[in-house]
Design a binder for this molecule. Structure first.
Ligand code: RIB
Ligand code: NA
Length: 303
């Protein structure tokens, strides 16, 4: 069975504190609840695609610690091909400290640990996966040199989720991606816009990202859905609305962007004849389901 979706990226253990609101600098707050979860944008996106029914493979680095062992078992249980997920001696598994407020907002600190060891050599080692996969997905929680190498070696459709955003993103990263996808805050940082809160502002940012080298851009806007457009769509950007989720049903938006990317990758691999607009609508539907359950991967729907 050949791989449909190949993810080259991060795997991180999440430490999630649910709290009435997000803390201010210097403040100590009582939270309601603590939970660990399997996270990291790469693994999240891979599991999201797997749960949609794609045959997936992950290329990633874990530590040779109990977290790493647990994570490997978890990925196998999700049906992910983990032949190229390595546990490295002397490295710790990546961790994320996450606060989630009652309003469903979050902030995240990541310490990537073993993820920092993903290298261009790993592309060569996973060559057969690069040859057979339909869609490649990368993010920015692993070293950029490795990501650029992966993109250069891949001949199919590539999705780059430039998250978390980096300042001075190399033009090459935008140019090499078939689809360049960011959320509103990442797009604002990259385009030096003060804010992106409306569909119009997002369309404006999409135009800037095209000028910065992107072929096709998707900017996700949370409950507002997403805007997209291509270098050849002559400055016309389209909006796709997300299904409405009542505010009281939004419990945790952590990983919603990853649910979106994973579902997008699955749809592009499985239904290449469909329009991008249809893929985005399907991905928005999956993301909006994920915000209604706590946790990251734990909240991703199965079909
Ligand atoms: O996108 C959500 C993810 O970001 C979390 O799972 C956390 O691990 C961080 O990588
Ligand atoms: Na969730």
């Amino acid at each position: 069975q050949t791989t449909e979706v190949l993810v080259f990226g991060s795997a991180i253990i999440d430490f999630i504190c649910y709290t009435p609101r997000l803390p201010k600098p210097g403040e100590t707050l009582h939270g309601h609840r603590f939970q660990t979860g399997y996270g990291g944008k790469g693994a999240n996106q891979c599991v999201a695609a797997a749960r949609q029914g794609s045959r997936t493979a992950l290329v990633a680095k874990l530590g040779a610690d109990t977290f790493g062992g647990d994570y490997l078992r978890q990925l196998r249980d999700e049906g992910v091909n983990v032949e190229h997920v390595q546990q490295l001696e002397g490295q710790t598994t990546g961790v994320a400290q996450i606060a989630v407020s009652d309003g469903g907002e979050n902030n995240i600190i990541i310490v990537v640990g073993a993820n920092s060891q993903l290298s261009p050599c790993d592309v060569a080692q996973a060559e057969e996966l690069f040859l057979e996969a339909k869609v490649l997905v990368c993010q920015l929680e692993t070293p950029i040199e490795a990501t650029l190498t992966a993109l250069k070696h891949f001949k199919g459709v590539s999705i780059v989720n430039a998250a978390p955003a980096m300042e001075n993103t190399p033009r090459e990263l935008l140019e090499l991606a078939s689809i360049f996808c960011v959320n509103e805050s990442e797009a604002a940082l990259m385009t030096q816009m003060a804010q992106i809160e409306t569909v119009e502002e997002a369309k404006n940012a999409a135009g800037k990202l095209i000028k910065m080298g992107a072929n096709t851009v998707i900017i996700t806007l949370g409950k507002l859905g997403a805007v997209f457009g291509s270098a050849d769509s002559a400055g016309v950007y389209q909006h796709v609305a997300a299904p409405h989720v009542p505010a009281e049903k939004v419990v945790d938006t952590t990983g919603a962007g990853d649910a979106f990317i994973g579902a997008l990758a699955h749809n592009m691999a499985r239904h290449p004849q469909n329009k991008l607009e249809e893929h985005i609508a399907a991905a928005c539907a999956v993301a909006s389901q994920s915000v209604q359950l706590p946790g990251t991967q734990a909240s991703f729907p199965r079909t």
